[in-house]
Design a binder for this molecule. Structure first.
Ligand SMILES: *Cc1c(COP(=O)(O)O)cnc(C)c1O
Length: 354
């Protein structure tokens, strides 16, 4: 499938990657594809990046029928451009679509759209250490109607933005606070999807955490308010007594591709891995008795983000003396090595673009 391209008349100047702020600078082109009931997905095309025209009654504005994805393109040492596990994003957007009653997109169409847009924008993939091109596919309901029903019309769009290194000053462990009031998701809800509404509901807790000097919140489950779920846009993993423990995927936790990759690497290395429920009580007891060896978040943006301090009400613990742990560091080095093409890729995770 080859999508037609309408080129931008004037190309924008490329920014200096050392001054980039995440998600503020967009490239010259975007991908668009329409869905019409009775016709299916049609008219995939690449056009100049620019505003949409939508009716104020477009359903996405009222009932948030919307899903999105996030992945990156990396510059490898040969000067080529490569993607990391894009098929996993295709599968996950379709799982999100199914939950939100949005028509699914054939996996080949999704991956091919990402590849063709990134190929056209290849000059935008920065080459300084740690930089990449962030790719944001999303689908919105465009039918002009105020009835609460599935829309008949949708727009699939992909935009891309160059991003600087997540760790320009080296990896500094973050301070995380356990949220006791707001909840992000419940089983039966939409926690396992990347739908905009999940993030709108999480902003208040994030702002409160920031006011108190924490960088993100760690969510508890919405039913018992005692099981650990995940952090803002990252899954969370703990090393306790030599074993890596991470919350099981039971519907309320987002199935991260970085989480999955971490677990696959850990199993390769013979590290015992447990996907199960873990209470905040168990976590703090382990920390207070010196058995919590490491804690980190995992996600596309940061790859892995070590957690140096955890707070839960009055209880505060420092993890690994506030420094990045050995397993966290090894995961970071291995994943970034595979993603940027400086290490072999034994699992076939990388897709090199022509
Ligand atoms: C995107 C996201 C993650 C991480 O997923 P990756 O595929 O690893 O980037 C984790 N939690 C939430 C809530 C997310 O939105």
């Amino acid at each position: 499938m080859k999508f037609p391209v309408t080129r931008a008349a004037v190309l924008k100047p490329k920014p200096d990657p050392s001054t980039l702020i995440f998600g503020k600078t967009f490239t010259d082109h975007m991908f668009l594809m329409d869905y019409t009931a009775g016709q299916g997905w049609h008219d995939g095309r690449i056009v100049p990046y620019g505003p949409f025209q939508l009716e104020p009654s477009a359903m996405v504005f009222h009932y948030a029928q919307e899903v999105f994805e996030g992945l990156k393109a990396y510059r490898n040492p040969q000067g080529g451009v490569q993607l990391f596990r894009p098929i996993e994003n295709a599968r996950r957007i379709n799982s999100s679509c199914e939950r939100m009653c949005i028509p699914q997109i054939p996996e080949e169409t999704f991956v091919s759209a990402v590849e063709q847009l990134v190929e056209l924008e290849a000059d935008w993939v920065p080459d300084q250490k740690g930089t990449s091109l962030y790719i944001r596919p999303f689908i919105i309901a465009t039918t002009p109607s105020l009835g609460v029903h599935a829309a008949h019309d949708y727009l699939f769009c992909i935009i891309t933005c160059p991003v600087g290194s997540y760790y320009p000053e080296g990896i500094n462990p973050v301070k995380i606070y356990i949220e006791n009031e707001d909840v992000r998701a419940v089983r039966g809800g939409t926690g396992y999807t990347k739908c905009g509404g999940n993030y709108a509901a999480s902003i208040r807790a994030g702002e409160r955490a920031e006011e108190q000097g924490y960088s993100q919140v760690l969510w508890l489950d919405g039913v018992y308010r005692k099981y650990i779920e995940e952090v803002g846009a990252m899954n969370v993993l703990f090393k306790i007594d030599g074993r890596v423990v991470t919350p099981a995927l039971e519907g309320s936790v987002l199935p991260g591709i970085t989480r999955k990759s971490c677990l696959e690497l850990l199993r390769d290395w013979g590290v015992p891995v447990e996907e199960r429920r873990i209470t905040a009580e168990e976590l703090f007891d382990a920390a207070e008795s010196g058995r919590l060896e490491e804690a980190w978040g995992s996600g596309t943006a940061a790859v892995v983000s070590p957690i140096g301090e955890l707070a839960w009400g009055d209880r505060k613990v420092i993890v690994n003396g506030g420094a990045i742990g050995e397993t966290t560091q090894k995961l970071y080095d291995t994943l970034t090595g595979i993603q940027w093409g400086t290490l072999p890729d034994p699992h076939g995770w990388v897709v090199k673009l022509p």
